[in-house]
Design a protein around this ligand. Structure first.
Ligand code: F6R
Ligand code: MG
Ligand code: MG
Length: 365
């Protein structure tokens, strides 16, 4: 029997702007998932949150895109949204675009990362969840985990990793996908995934075709050609025996790389790794945060989690990220802190251009 992990996440309302999902929302989700457990729809679950996003981590044996499992997540978000509305929380119900469920939750607003696999004798899995950024934020850390020998020693010295990994990359503008194999096509892969707003790593497989990582790439970002928000992604990563060691899966986050999605989804800022407790993006609505939850999967049960960034070994990263945040903040409304116009979630530029149009003159020198 194969095990499936489904991570389904949504922003259904928060306290103090877009900062913190109220415990009452998590409690309602807990109630709905507990019922699904009693009804044997799912085998286990863990509920977390990063900033204003609630992350439902569920294990079951029903495969990916399963209607019953997706309906559980949908019901949890729907019922929690009602509470958010009653409490007049900020952005109540914002990521649930439809109030009728039809088959699966894809395209309805929430982000979905799923993977189905035959459990190994012991199966460590890490789930990372972000706020104030977009799915392309995982391109750099995933590349490091699965393709960079300076990060992942196993690529060089462990015969089980030495063949490398295959990366499925989505072009979210053209709605196409391509699979690139590393190390053979590493430069081609980097040529794409360096453009984090367009080419996004969706899944990673080993050379035997076994799933290694899966990212939420559902994009509210480009609806009808218009930016409507960043998508605060999550990723599931398998670790150890044939995959990068847990420590190799954590190491890329020791560098707080610049990601897109801070303040009004329109600014770049460093990704700060924090414990669940500190996943509250407050400073200038940020800086963007990532939490990491490490589990063992045992007969479709979740053992754990270990809150992996709740560790003084990440204090230096947080300091570096605070320094980088202060540095880039001093650019105020200038690029590269503020995003280029075409990538901004909010822009007053068309209005400004319209107003100034009669005053623009030809340059005739
Ligand atoms: C939300 C976000 C926030 C908001 C900002 C303005 O994910 O990134 O920075 O964009 O707080 O929010 P509104 O437009 O709702 O007042
Ligand atoms: Mg929000
Ligand atoms: Mg959010």
């Amino acid at each position: 029997m194969k095990t499936t992990i489904s991570v389904i996440k949504a922003d259904i309302g928060s306290v103090s702007g877009h900062c913190f999902s109220h415990p009452a929302l998590m409690e309602k989700c807990d109630e709905v998932l507990e019922k699904a457990l009693d009804e044997s729809i799912i085998n286990d679950y863990y509920i977390s949150r990063c900033g204003d996003d609630v992350d439902l981590i569920m294990t079951h044996t029903k495969g990916e895109l399963n209607e019953e499992v997706h309906k559980v997540a949908y019901d949890a978000f729907l019922q929690a949204s009602e509470i958010a509305r009653e409490m007049k929380l900020y952005g109540a119900g914002q990521d649930l675009l439809n109030d009728t469920f039809s088959g699966n939750i894809k395209g309805m607003g929430p982000g979905i990362a799923e993977m189905e696999f035959e459990e190994r004798p012991s199966d460590p899995v890490i789930v990372y969840c972000c706020d104030k950024t977009e799915p392309g934020a995982f391109n750099l850390p995933l590349f490091k985990m699965f393709a960079d020998p300076f990060n992942t020693a196993g690529l060089v010295i462990d015969p089980k990793l030495h063949d490398g990994f295959k990366f499925e990359v989505y072009d979210v503008i053209e709605n196409k996908k391509v699979v690139l194999s590393c190390p053979e096509e590493m430069y081609d892969l980097l040529a794409l995934i360096g453009s984090t707003g367009r080419y996004i790593i969706k899944r990673i497989f080993n050379k035997k075709g076994e799933i290694a990582a899966s990212v939420t790439t559902e994009s509210l970002t480009l609806k009808n050609g218009k930016y409507v928000g960043k998508d605060d992604p999550a990723v599931i990563v398998r670790a150890q025996s044939g995959f990068p060691a847990a420590g190799e899966c954590v190491e890329p986050f020791a560098f707080p790389h610049m990601v897109t999605g801070w303040m009004r989804g329109s600014h770049n800022g460093p990704l700060m790794p924090v414990s669940e407790e500190y996943a509250n993006p407050v400073r200038f609505d940020g800086p963007p945060r990532v939490i990491g939850l490490a589990f063992q999967i045992a007969d479709a049960q979740l053992v754990g989690p270990l809150d992996i960034f709740d560790d003084p070994a990440f204090d230096e990263t947080r300091k570096m990220s605070s320094k980088a945040a202060t540095y880039i903040r001093r650019h105020g409304p200038f690029e590269p802190h503020r995003l280029p116009v075409e990538e901004m979630e909010y822009t007053s530029l068309p209005g400004v251009m319209k107003k100034l149009e009669p005053r623009f003159e030809d340059i005739d020198d």
